[in-house]
Design a protein. Structure first.
Length: 117
């Protein structure tokens, strides 16, 4: 099996409020609006974040995004009016900062993340 793209779906109840919040979070408007209640941001070469109206599942999502410079990323978020959680240590020099969207979905930014096999 060959996988061409990975799409992380974040379920929300109030689509327009969530779309605006994710625009601030990701620093730009959606890259694609394929349906009325779906917005997509391409965050890596083949990785996408989708915000989708799904009232039954809203608030149950977990989204992890590895970033190149966690301190700078958290500062950039603050400049866009999005207050990230405190940076905390995990294991193997990995650091985390978690934020909750308006529906209660958790978005965790990961710094110093390296895939180890």
């Amino acid at each position: 099996m060959s996988v061409d793209h990975v799409l992380a779906v974040v379920p929300v109840a109030d689509f327009e409020a969530a779309r605006a919040w994710y625009e601030r979070l990701l620093g730009r408007p959606a890259d694609n609006r394929p349906m009325e209640d779906l917005a997509e941001w391409q965050v890596t070469g083949s990785g996408w974040v989708q915000v989708f109206r799904d009232e039954e599942r809203a608030g149950l999502g977990l989204l992890n995004l590895a970033v190149d410079d966690l301190d700078r990323h958290v500062a950039d978020l603050a400049e866009r009016g999005v207050e990230a959680g405190a940076i905390r240590a995990a294991t193997k020099d990995v650091r985390l900062s978690t934020i909750t969207d308006p529906d209660g979905n958790e978005v965790t930014f990961i710094g110093n993340f390296r895939v180890r096999y």
